[in-house]
Write a new protein. Sequence first.
Lengths: 368, 368
Amino acid sequence: MTTTGKQIFTTLEADGTLTVEVGETQFPDPKGNQVLVKMEAAPINPSDLALLLGSADLETADYSPGKLVAKMPEPFASGAKARHGQRLPVGNEGAGTVVAAGEGEAAQALMGQRVACVPGQAYAEYAIADAGMCLPLGDHSAEAGASSFVNPMTALGFVENARMDGQRAIVHAAAASNLGQMLVKICQADGIELVNIVRSQSQVDLLKGIGAKHVVNSSDDDFMKQLRAAIEATGAFYGFDPIGGGKTVDSCFKAMEQVAASKMGDYNRYGSNQQKKMHIYGRLDLGPTILTPSYGFGWTLTGWLLTPFMAQAGQETVGRMRQRVLSELTTTFASSYKRKVTLEEMLTKEAATEYRAMKTGEKYLVTP
Amino acid sequence: MTTTGKQIFTTLEADGTLTVEVGETQFPDPKGNQVLVKMEAAPINPSDLALLLGSADLETADYSPGKLVAKMPEPFASGAKARHGQRLPVGNEGAGTVVAAGEGEAAQALMGQRVACVPGQAYAEYAIADAGMCLPLGDHSAEAGASSFVNPMTALGFVENARMDGQRAIVHAAAASNLGQMLVKICQADGIELVNIVRSQSQVDLLKGIGAKHVVNSSDDDFMKQLRAAIEATGAFYGFDPIGGGKTVDSCFKAMEQVAASKMGDYNRYGSNQQKKMHIYGRLDLGPTILTPSYGFGWTLTGWLLTPFMAQAGQETVGRMRQRVLSELTTTFASSYKRKVTLEEMLTKEAATEYRAMKTGEKYLVTP
């Protein structure tokens, strides 16, 4: 017996044609520790957009009910060679009700419950999910729990990772995001110093409004001076950047090195001995990352993703993080949405254009 | 009592004026475990050039006997703010005879011996050096021992570091250098696979001539194909790059990811699970490092310097490395020089222009 329902699929052809459509599909019965979740709410995160729409030209796309066909420009079309011709489901996370469960104990225990889950195909009426990754939501609504994985676990992951690396201070770029606001609250509670980099005065005000101490505005003329002062005050030589392209990481390394060099006695042609580390965890800017030779050799730049971090952190740490998400779901980890859309409404020009812009405070929630 | 002798100094003023000159100076008596070495030979390494000349305009410089005055262009002049106005000695390494020793046992034991040393001021008639970093050369000439530290220890350091990180294969860029040739021989002896990236057919021939198995030519149209094939054959997802600027690292990450992705069953929007790591250990190209978003998040790029590596590796490993350098000084670690120059000859237009070009096979040796 299988369950039939609607699901969003994205397909990129070798010629650069991207088709995103609502299709009718059959969901298999859950096996072992799988559950079948009737999806009620799923956020559109930046981490979903690369697969869903990428850099497709939404202006010239063809829109029909439940379907859009757009042109993916180069180099993105040929750069995504590995997915050419594959009809891929989308949607990292969401929440809904368990309507069928595999024979495994963990799966059976969730039967009938409302859960947050990470199926990787959340933009659908149903989704098969791993019981071990499901978070029972108790009395919380599906909307309250829809974003309880990606952003909360990533923000908690930064703090856990910083501690593992012996750090007590973090620099965070694009810090006014939903995730960034969570990080502000986590760092406050945990006594971790945080340097928030934002790009407008309204974002400065937003973060100061929730209690952030160090907020620097990259649009200000004295941005580098602000950044140096905040790094000096916090000792943050360690940070996370979801922008990826451009010079954000470069600015951080530069400011960190300048702060470190100002404390050195003698000139050292190789730069300071201060180790500087930045993590790129997103690609809001798909342009190249630019690193100028202005901070010696004492730096490390590395990609950061939640899944490998959780594998590295281990089950106990991950369990503790998930427990914290649940108990602070409507406070620290509350998400807000600009608009709710159905699967069909997701694929209109107006909606797609707006949520792909990934503007702060304009997050969409899909309610299948 | 002090010893008087000639020494090269480099001074960068805030206005971008670089003065490099031979000056008369007084060398203090060695104390504790210091020795005073009468310098006989010192190589001009790429790692010396940033401090010695940087990007100064040698074409329009003013040359007089034992002195050159040149203009340092922006952004390099203001980028080196920390050294403005300081009269700095130059020359990482060299060899000579110990003519005075501090009262320490290690220093006294070297009295009268010919040693290789790492004084950081090797372009001089005398230099104060740390006895613990001196390598007694026995019957070897000063010329044979002059380059026994920077290149040999760096090449050995790569292999040691690779082993520490659980790697059995290395990618090396600008691989036809003196250091690169040493690395070819070390990897052969140690059973480490090596992918050599060079930029001309003559460099391919040079490395194949000393037994290198995988040599790829970045000037060839099918460079990326060659690089992928070599990475596939060796399993090298780990490498070292002395160029720094430009797209060398990017090409390596791309090729590594393409090899890893070709072995994946399913498409993963975040790239393969294969961890890729590159180290930048030089800045032959002072332009920015360009990283394109085409290899997911499973990569790390980090600066690499010999001194912090040795501190991390510990005394036993470093001692073993140094012993190996001494026993293979005229084989694995033999250096060749295009020309020998005095301190004064170093500062002529012809010499400075040639050695700053850092062309393969055109290394200079200073014989004060």
